[in-house]
Design a binder for this molecule. Sequence first.
Ligand SMILES: Nc1ncnc2c1ncn2[C@@H]1O[C@H](COP(=O)(O)OP(=O)(O)OP(=O)(O)O)[C@@H](O)[C@H]1O
Ligand SMILES: [Mg+2]
Length: 347
Amino acid sequence: MKRRGATFTFWGALIFFATVAVVVMVAVEMYVYVDKKSGGDRKVISIVMLFTILFLSLMCTLADIVRRRKMIDRPVEQILDATEKIAAGDFSVRLAPRHRYGNYDQYDSIMENINTLAAELGKSEVLKTDFISNVSHELKTPLAILRNYAALMKVEGEDKEKRDKYADILIGAAKRLSDLVTNILKLNKLENRELTPELKSVRLDKGLAEAVLQYEETIEKKQLEVECEFDEVTLFTSEGYLDIVWKNLLSNAVKFTEKGGKIAVSLKATEDGAIVKVSDTGCGIPPEIGSRIFEKFYQGDASHSGEGNGLGLALVKKVIEILGGEISVESEKGKGTTFTVILRNGE
Ligand SMILES: Nc1ncnc2c1ncn2[C@@H]1O[C@H](COP(=O)(O)OP(=O)(O)OP(=O)(O)O)[C@@H](O)[C@H]1O
Ligand SMILES: [Mg+2]
């Protein structure tokens, strides 16, 4: 919380006090002076005092108007202008506080908060437009495939083998679309905390073994060697959330490892949880890409960009964050990649 002073400051109070004192003193001095000069004539004293009081009141009113204009109306106008612009969608608005940081009054603090609000809204606007353009981009390719191959299926006289091939391509494109939608919805729900992890005692070794088995067919097709080394570990955590993690890490390991490569999955018990490592001898991640792989829609490896939407690791990161764990990656281009997941008991 920023330090902020009240708009009614010590100096403001002092000026008010001094003004009242001066007015009373001038009125008293005037009374004494007129009393002396008029020889105590009540009528003259009354008239002169009436005009004196009217004059002093007018002066005070004018001074107050100037003070209000400078100290209240001007900042309020600036704040109103800024909020109107923000409401109309202009998030480039920035207000300059009138005092130095540390001497802020309440108006300065409101201005500073408006600046932060505009900056945050600007950021989320950029995220929103980026998101829309990313989704549109990811939709375009599979939709083009669906349209073109559906047209090819209609060509008369095409042999069965070719038609089967087209049907497989259509199924692949449809799957990519449905994965895209499922992952966007899942990520959205996780980010908005609409899903709550269902915590229970989970055997991690069993979950990991089942996840590896799900990729059996591709593993065989690519003749990958798979090495699993699992401690028997039970954690109080969410089975469904961990399933998302294992599935995505394994799908990447299988996808980014060339034929005949090796994948190693290990699970070690630690004092307060477990460490899981998923390694592969695949294409690796160049150091300049680094942790960008965890960003939504980021796909570093263009040669595999047709096989996914770049949402897998964003989901994994979010899930692990919710479970209170950590994920890190070590990789060497051309040699392979290791993802390390640290999990702690949720109890
Ligand atoms: N094991 C790995 N080896 C090499 N590169 C990897 C590996 N895992 C992830 N990457 C890089 O990180 C990028 C992002 O991975 P992520 O899982 O988020 O997306 P994806 O696999 O391309 O698509 P999706 O997961 O949506 O199917 C990948 O495109 C790839 O460049
Ligand atoms: Mg992936």
